[in-house]
Design a protein around this ligand. Sequence first.
Ligand code: PGA
Length: 264
Amino acid sequence: MRNHRKIMIAGNWKEHFTVSAASNYLHRLEENVQNRQSIEIVLFPNVLTLQPLSQLDRRKFRLGAQDGYYEDAGAYTGEVSMAMLSELVHYCLVGHSERRHIFNESDDVVAKKSQAAVRNGIMPIICVGETLQERLAGETNQVLHNQVTAGLMNLTSREIGACVIAYEPVWAIGSGEFAKPDQVAQALDYIRKQVEHLFGERAAKNVRILYGGSVNDHNIGSYLDIPGCDGALIGGASLNYHKFSSMVETAYRVHQSRLEKENG
Ligand code: PGA
């Protein structure tokens, strides 16, 4: 069966790069990265940098926000709403493990944020994943089940088809500790089955599921080779434009070889 899901290569810059460093990076990336229409490149700069970057030539990449608040406007000092972000971005990360663990975001908040994103025309990238303790206790599937169910709770099956889920085991984020491709394959498969169970076959076929956690230019191919893997969410290694461009090229090669297989 033909897979219409476009591979996404997403760079989560976290709390890095001032406005000028970010525009420098982007100019370098422009020179280095090939224009590969079949791969979707999305960058997630800090919120302050989104506005100036949105003024630059964006033929090769899209912008995403790292977070957004679920109330569209009001007395919420310090917050930036999905409604405000919607003028600048296509995507927004929701429930990244750093938000869940450092800023205590609950499943309930994650659910409200994904709903607010969709309501404002932004595609949420809902991040899920188990801690090391949970993995060792054999609770990985249970955690994924709970986070996927909660994160998608307020959405219709049609809306879910347009969402992205990122499987990011907490123990593999920023740690240099690699998840084995077969562990990732199992988790991705479990998540897609969960989406199918909750929202039906069409939603499960359309939703894109990424892997994230210490992805770099050396190991990305082994994750993208997993049949149900629709791309990667990359933190540390995305801060280097050489590495990022090279990961886009790997994604392009994987895309080409998937096409060849499909066409027999
Ligand atoms: P990492 O971060 O690639 O540095 O592990 C991934 C993420 O937090 O999305």
